[in-house]
Design a protein around this ligand. Sequence first.
Ligand SMILES: CC(C)(COP(=O)(O)OP(=O)(O)OC[C@H]1O[C@@H](n2cnc3c(N)ncnc32)[C@H](O)[C@@H]1OP(=O)(O)O)[C@@H](O)C(=O)NCCC(=O)NCCS
Length: 206
Amino acid sequence: MMSETIAADVREVDPPEGVIRPLMPTENAIYLDHLLRLDPLSRFSRFGGPTSDNALRRHAARAAAAGATLIGYFEKTILRGVAELHPVVTLPGKPRVAEAAFSVEREWQGKGVGSALMRHLVRYAQNRGIEHLQIMFLASNGRMKRIVVHHTDDLDVAENEVISCVRPPRATPFSWLREVMDGAFSVIHTFVDLRARLLPPPLRGQ
Ligand SMILES: CC(C)(COP(=O)(O)OP(=O)(O)OC[C@H]1O[C@@H](n2cnc3c(N)ncnc32)[C@H](O)[C@@H]1OP(=O)(O)O)[C@@H](O)C(=O)NCCC(=O)NCCS
């Protein structure tokens, strides 16, 4: 099958440091802090136009209210990248659809964070029976296009934007096991990181 063939090409190298895990509903404030740290060009690429701080506040509030899933990349306990999954309401009997979008802070771009978030997002969608994952981005966004073509060849290119559709494979015991193991790893990593931060500086080993 096409999606399995493409998925086999995806690099399984995670970013060198950091943890990827879903955000809890109580973590909306750190999501907003991350959005507010995005530079103007990254905001433009993410939202398709100039985006004010107030617009970001409204977006974060809407995401929380609409029950979007946010998968975060944390480095030293600070949220530096997010993959968003917004469910789309469809008629009964139609494929389950969600829209996805990504944001990585400037200093962390080009280091594999977006690619790793995409892999986690596709697995998350796979394990929840989402059949179509739509990702929209500006046609000039070379990095986003590179990420997407590792997962699909279904790209609809218009003048300034690309609408792509990733079809996650069906869930398997292995895909669930990977998610459980990722979750366990992130809990251990976060615990070790926080514990190190509670130690006095001379004992932190940094
Ligand atoms: C787009 C974005 C999510 C990509 O994440 P990232 O962590 O920067 O990207 P990665 O480091 O994982 O690299 C992704 C791919 O782009 C390639 N790449 C890196 N720098 C690149 C560049 N300057 N130009 C083109 N491709 C580049 C990488 O080699 C990789 O491709 P490969 O897997 O075939 O080797 C991130 O840059 C971002 O948040 N940008 C601002 C917001 C945005 O554009 N969101 C997307 C709209 S939803």
